[in-house]
Design a protein around this ligand. Sequence first.
Ligand code: DC
Length: 229
Amino acid sequence: MRPMIIAIDGYSSCGKSTLARQLAEILNYRYIDSGAMYRAITYALLRKQVDLDDIEAIQQALQDICLDVKYDPIQQRSVVWLNGQPVEEEIRSWEVSEAVSRVAAIPEIRAFAVTQQQAMGRQRGLVMDGRDIGTVVFPDAEVKIFMTADLHTRALRRWKELREKHPEISVEEVERNLRERDLIDTQRTVGPLKKADDAFVIDNTYLDEAQQLQVALDHVKAVAQNLPA
Ligand code: DC
């Protein structure tokens, strides 16, 4: 099977990363979490206290941001590095989650991230998940998957992940945050979250991880069989 690009897009907390990681492992492809790149940029801007309404200050700050995605053999997963430091923990904080959709809507920031994401796909053999991967970053991806699930189901899943670190955050608050992020992600002018016309839709509201993986794998195999040799 010749190496492909698998683009996985969809709403926040839909299980995109879980599916993307599993597919990459099975196919022996690289996995890139593009959301982690937007999170790392957000973390860098918050740390520098850059005014998010000041485009010049943002452009200036971007010049000092060097992102990398490296495989961590201990965690057995790819992690984002910011200016020579792994920042996986920091980028998952509630503060970053609250600000990231706003940061990711800024066209200059999207251009900065998309250029790097496209460079990562040059050798193909890659699974990348995000919001605009099948529409903007890799419109020629062989496989495009669009994931969705009921909002309350997504909020419950995310709340269960968060509750150990943030017992003060209620399911309602998580649901509010997700609704707001969905709105910002789908309404922004540059690279909005949108299903590519040729994407295969997986609604996993009633699917468990194993079922979702099977549906995706069946689709990948079907696409691969129809590719020219
Ligand atoms: O997948 P995630 O929740 O970690 O993504 C964090 C944020 O980054 C999310 O609010 C949307 C944004 N994002 C984006 O705009 N484009 C992408 N390709 C990936 C993520």
